[in-house]
Design a protein. Structure first.
Length: 130
């Protein structure tokens, strides 16, 4: 009977150690889960600083992607004067979609696709007035 008692105690210890391991794993991944939820909700847009004027009258916007995306530094986005960033939406954790808004006659109606791994503009869609 002693071996049965020892076996029950050993199994109880294994159950407790398993529960501790599960709790540790959940606590360790809590930040990663919260960051994924922010991306899905579109809340993680990174820092954004207003730009100045570039030669030729073009506005320059700078954006720094931080948080779940990692950091690639600053990116200067060329846009016509008077344009503003209306929306910035992370796509799959590797790309950022930026929608510019402003006066249509100045060409402010644009959508930009930014690669967050290197900060390069991968695509640009410009809506021109009729």
């Amino acid at each position: 009977m002693r071996w049965l008692k020892a076996l029950v105690i050993a199994m109880g210890v294994l159950i407790v150690l398993g529960l501790v391991a599960v709790a540790y794993g959940l606590a360790r991944n809590a930040e990663k889960l919260a960051a994924n939820r922010q991306v899905e909700a579109g809340e993680a847009t990174g820092g954004q600083a207003p730009g100045g004027q570039a030669p030729g009258g073009q506005a320059v916007g700078t954006a720094t992607a931080l948080g779940v995306f990692g950091e690639f530094g600053e990116v200067a986005l060329q846009a016509p004067a008077g344009c503003r960033i209306a929306e910035a939406r992370p796509l799959d954790g590797k790309r950022l979609l930026i929608r510019l808004d402003g006066t249509p006659s100045r060409g402010c109606q644009q959508v930009l696709l930014i690669d967050l791994t290197d900060g390069q503009v991968r695509g640009q869609l410009t809506l021109s007035p009729d």
